[in-house]
Design a protein around this ligand. Structure first.
Ligand code: DGY
Length: 409
């Protein structure tokens, strides 16, 4: 057995707080939404029941609106900022007020396939919850079938250059003085700048002050951006929810409607000027002009055929380790700063899944081997430098361990 398997399992165990895992102690001491889904996929490899528990704990934080928050604050921990009081989430558990890429349906379907009989009751209970969550996206974040975010943190790609344009239009007034904790855990040049943080907190305050009233935010927020992570993961998640609903005799019409709408609406994210999917700022009508790792999720969503293939081949042959979160040819590329350049293993997992399904088995396999190599080189770091695979950000990271166990190894 590979020693890295043991290490990866030990990381999941070490980050287990009883029913849920933290992404990594200190830097992220709570339950994060899509981190937890990846964790479940990692647990599934050796403890299926624990995998289901992870997902059920996540859904125990679902709001009555259907939204599943991006952070659930099960136990207060002063090592993280902004905590529950700053967010003022209005769900059943202390939480943030925004969501995260809805990959749960996709992984629930995969978990179910591992034990169809044994998982029946659990899947049956989760289907309506998934439907409510997807409907929330569609109702509040859909713009003609493209899916928007109200905060960069919602995409998981916190500080990617896509937000530079939208952020330049925000004056972060009224944000009280605050003290960042992230830079006490990780080097400052591997984290977002203060300029970005001021704007993150401005948007959190905007939501907090209206009790996370989505109708109000849709009207007044200066930040409303249609994003490929959200659009493509939701489209994919709806396909998986549809398959589960069919298997369980649940209603399917509404889900089929969402799929058709997002298939058509995702075309809004196609930027003919750069020949790529990027973000679309709904406040200005402008594309952000950035090719990112999220651009390559279109295969995962089953749209776009091979229109991004030349960019894919260019970028993967430009760097030692793929997929850099930002195109190295972009002027704002920074190979060690969080989502402005580094490689994220879990994004590779999603991209490779799509490549494989689109018939590009060779590229999917090359990406898997490259991801395994970056983990062997840099360990179970949060992210990696695309030039040499050196580790960056947090260490002993749950989703990197899960990516190893569930896919890369
Ligand atoms: C952070 O605090 O950096 C997180 O990414 C927010 O989700």
């Amino acid at each position: 057995m590979d020693d890295l398997d043991e290490q990866a399992r030990a990381i999941l165990k070490g980050n287990d707080r009883g029913g849920y895992t933290v992404p990594t102690g200190g830097l992220y001491p709570y339950q994060w939404n899509w981190d937890s889904v990846f964790a479940a996929a990692g647990f599934a490899e050796h403890d299926l029941s624990r995998a289901w528990e992870e997902i059920e704990t996540l859904f125990s934080g679902q709001w009555s609106t259907g939204m599943v928050p991006h952070i659930i604050f099960h136990k207060v921990d002063p090592s993280y900022f902004p905590g529950p009081d700053i967010w003022g989430g209005v769900g059943p558990l202390p939480s943030s007020g925004i969501s995260q890429p809805p990959i749960a349906a996709t992984f629930i379907r995969a978990l179910h396939a591992l034990d169809p009989e044994g998982s029946k009751a659990r899947v049956r209970a989760l289907i309506p919850r998934l439907r409510d969550w997807h409907r929330w996206f569609f109702d509040w974040r859909g713009e003609g079938g493209a899916i928007c975010v109200s905060h960069p943190w919602e995409t998981g790609r916190d500080n990617c250059p896509d937000w530079d344009g939208p952020f330049a239009n925000i004056q972060p007034e009224g944000v009280e003085q605050y003290y960042r904790r992230d830079t006490t855990h990780v080097k400052e040049d591997e984290r977002p700048r203060s300029y970005d943080y001021d704007r993150y907190l401005y948007l959190v305050k905007l939501g907090h002050d209206c009790g996370w009233d989505e109708a109000h935010l849709k009207e007044v927020s200066p930040f409303r951006v249609a994003d490929p992570t959200m659009t493509f993961t939701l489209l994919r998640a709806n396909r998986d929810l549809l398959a589960l609903s069919q298997a369980f005799g649940e209603p399917t019409d509404e889900i089929e409607g969402w799929i058709a709408a997002i298939e058509a609406g995702s075309e809004q994210l196609w930027n003919p000027e750069i020949g790529a999917y990027d973000c679309l700022d709904m406040r200005t009508g402008e594309h952000t002009g950035v090719i990112s790792s999220a651009s390559f999720l279109h295969w995962f969503a089953g749209v776009g055929e091979d229109r991004m293939l030349a960019h894919y081949d260019r970028i993967t042959s430009d760097v030692r380790f793929s997929m850099p979160s930002t195109d190295p040819a972009h002027p704002q590329y920074e190979p060690r700063r969080y989502w402005r350049g580094p490689v994220w293993g879990m994004m590779n997992w999603l991209i490779a899944t799509g490549l494989h399904e689109a018939g590009h088995e060779d590229r999917a396999e090359a990406l898997r081997l490259n991801t395994a190599e970056v983990i062997r080189t840099g360990g179970f770091a949060e992210y990696f430098d695309p030039r040499d695979g050196s580790p960056a950000g947090g260490r002993n990271f749950t989703w990197t361990a899960a990516t190893w166990l569930g896919w890369a190894s």
